[in-house]
Design a protein around this ligand. Structure first.
Ligand SMILES: O=c1[nH]c(=O)c2[nH]c(=O)[nH]c2[nH]1
Length: 301
């Protein structure tokens, strides 16, 4: 029996970077949380304590902040690929790089009927995310992009039913043909290639998922998720597969009858836990090989 080093990676997690573009009095801001990780032959560092192959996580952090000025940011997917390529160039022992970016949206504060030049408020819809894994060195290099959205909190006050489910001696849940359906969705989709108009694709997928959530008459959160994923694949040939994770944020009708008060689906107790957790993937049956695309992507896999 031998004890050996298993898979490993290292980098700087959650560099919170705010970039102000102030070329004119009307500023633009970008708010990113960037995590880097390198993988490859780092046995020396783990087994001998030999740092000669290690590009320090501190250097990775400095690079991330400096590139925000040197290169600008653009779409988070492009920024992630640029960083991954750079770290692979600078670290000969690495044969893979992973860059994860979350972007918090800021909007201009409306003042006098228009957005203020340099004051912002967080009212955005969801957090945009990407995880880019670049594999290989030199000409063999291949980038895998999994982008997505999280914290997309949505609710419909009717148009949701849940009945006909399996019952056993522990079942107490009443059947319903009218309930609140609410979730805080995480969706991540794998791009088939990297020749993508990232911003347009993201906005279109987000808006389509919201529209589907609103329009699907739901018989279960499972069916809503499948419908949302199906619509994305139908409209977006650049997407190979999508994974959705949705807590069922239960809203229980409050019994007001002890007080002689009728409650026809109007007053609910919004429970924060426990919650049902419904997760599904939707993919093309001829989807391309994912390679390392889902490597260390947060959430279920
Ligand atoms: O949409 C739902 N799916 C379930 O699987 C489930 N289970 C449950 O108790 N309520 C719900 N709702």
């Amino acid at each position: 029996m031998a004890i050996v080093l298993g898979p490993n990676q290292y980098g700087k997690a959650q560099n919170h970077l705010v970039r102000v573009y102030r070329d004119t009095p009307r500023h633009e801001i970008r708010d990113l949380t960037v995590s880097s990780a390198l993988r490859g032959d780092f046995a020396g560092a783990h087994i001998e304590g030999d740092q000669s192959d290690v590009l320090p996580t501190d250097t990775q952090k400095n690079t991330i902040f400096s590139f925000a000025k040197e290169k600008g940011i653009g779409a988070i997917e492009d920024f992630a690929v640029t960083l991954a390529d750079h770290f692979l160039d600078r670290t000969p022992a690495a044969d893979g790089a992973r860059i994860e970016i979350d972007e918090t949206p800021w909007q201009r504060i409306p003042v006098g009927g228009k957005g203020h030049d340099h004051s912002f408020v967080q009212t955005g819809v969801g957090t945009r995310t990407t995880v880019v894994n670049v594999d290989g060195r030199g000409g063999e290099r291949r980038a895998h992009v999994v982008s997505g959205i999280k914290n997309l909190t949505v609710l419909k006050s009717t148009g949701s039913e849940f009945h006909g489910f399996l019952k056993d001696s522990y079942t107490t849940l009443p059947e319903t043909d009218d309930r609140i359906l609410a979730t805080s969705l995480v969706a991540r989709w794998r791009y088939d290639h990297t020749d993508v108009a990232w911003d347009e694709s993201y906005e279109s997928i987000r808006d389509l998922m919201l529209e589907q959530f609103a329009e699907i008459h739901s018989y279960a959160l499972q069916q809503t998720l499948y419908g949302m994923g199906h619509a994305v694949l139908e409209k977006h040939p650049e997407v190979a597969e999508i994974r959705l994770s949705a807590p069922n944020k239960h809203h229980f009708l409050v019994d007001l009858s002890p007080f002689g008060v009728d409650n026809p689906h109007e007053v609910f107790y919004a429970a924060d836990r426990p919650f049902g957790l419904i997760e599904a993937s939707v993919l093309r049956d001829d989807a391309s090989d994912p390679g390392s695309a889902w490597h260390a992507v947060p959430g279920w896999v």
